[in-house]
Design a protein. Structure first.
Length: 334
């Protein structure tokens, strides 16, 4: 895993777009539990590139060795028709990598990217490592998504193969198309300064989707653990995304668990980084020594489109120090 976080962080209360909010929205923003966000002049592709280079350097391989490059798509490309995925390919020098984008599910888009990487590795035994990368950049200068979160800047990259220091054991995902347009940015015919992430139905978000999210996450967690022969007692850590302090509490109460403290720490310091959140929090927990070799962790991700996903990971190399069996279609290593 490789991350890029802007070295300079800005206090949320001092962001020009926050100062210009109506008093009611500014009050809600102040209760999210986000104190600072990273702000960088770089675009999303550059943020992804910086994270990708760190992941490659950490693994000690060159971009030319990559078998595939999967880019978790941006929410707002700079231009239409062009390919920022192949721009990243060219910048990295990933000459031989099969390159394309995966997305459409907001924060949860990282899960189909991992599913695709697993499929590619299983389908072609000779395929080189697969790099999954994303640059998190707000759609507009207005970083606040009322009443949900504040967006920061950052890059994240995951290098996946048949042997690694972290095993993605299994993943489950569900979506509900009834909420496909619950949040959107109406941009056609508008100057970018007027672009805003808007909630089209706040009661639906605050109540109906909240109830469905609780029910979906409970069922998904039970299914994920059951089909892998595990119980909650076998899970050493639970990791969630960084939306708000209230969102983290909701997840804990809905699932009757305690999230690792790095979730709240990164929320406070970095805000929401879209699809990057869960693996950034996992990396922080590993660095803090929360998990040791052989431990299981569950990564919980939710998107208001609506989509839900849970990933089961195991720390350390493949069992007994060997690479996971190619017959086990569920396991991919990062």
């Amino acid at each position: 895993m490789g991350s890029f976080l802007p070295p300079v962080r800005t206090k949320v209360a001092e962001l020009p777009s926050i100062l210009g909010l109506p008093e009611e929205e500014r009050a809600v923003c102040g209760q999210l539990g986000i104190e600072t966000v990273g702000v960088d002049d770089a675009d999303a592709t550059t943020l992804a590139e910086r994270a990708a280079r760190r992941a490659l350097a950490e693994a000690g391989i060159s971009a030319e060795e990559l078998g595939a490059l999967l880019v978790v798509e941006q929410r707002a490309p700079r231009t239409l028709l062009s390919s920022e995925a192949t721009l990243l390919q060219a910048r990295l020098g990933a000459t031989h990598a099969l390159t394309f984008t995966v997305g459409g599910l907001g924060c949860v888009s990282v899960t189909p990217a991992l599913l695709t990487a697993r499929g590619l590795l299983a389908a072609d035994p000779e395929l080189g490592p697969v790099l999954v990368a994303h640059g998190s950049k707000p759609v507009s200068e207005h970083r606040y998504r009322h009443p949900v979160t504040v967006n920061g800047d950052g890059g994240q990259a995951l290098l996946l193969g048949r042997r690694g220091n972290l095993t993605i054991v299994d993943q489950v995902q569900e979506t509900d198309g009834r909420y496909w347009d619950l949040f959107h940015v109406d941009y056609r015919g508008r100057h970018p300064s007027r672009w805003r992430e808007e909630c089209t139905d706040q009661p639906a978000y605050s109540f109906r989707l909240a109830v469905e999210t609780r029910n979906r996450l409970r069922a998904l967690l039970d299914r994920l653990l059951r089909r892998n022969g595990l119980t909650r007692a076998d899970v050493s850590g639970f990791v969630s995304q960084n939306l708000s302090a209230g969102g983290l509490t909701f997840t804990e109460e809905a699932l009757d668990l305690t999230l690792l403290p790095e979730c709240r720490e990164n929320l406070r310091a970095l805000g929401h980084l879209g699809p990057n959140d869960v693996f950034l929090n996992l990396a922080s927990a590993l660095e803090a020594g929360r998990l040791t070799d052989g431990d299981h962790a569950v990564l919980i991700n939710v998107s208001p489109v609506a989509a839900w996903s849970l990933l089961l990971v195991r720390t350390g190399p493949g069992r007994d120090g060997h690479r996971p069996s190619p017959q086990n279609h569920q396991e991919t290593t990062a």
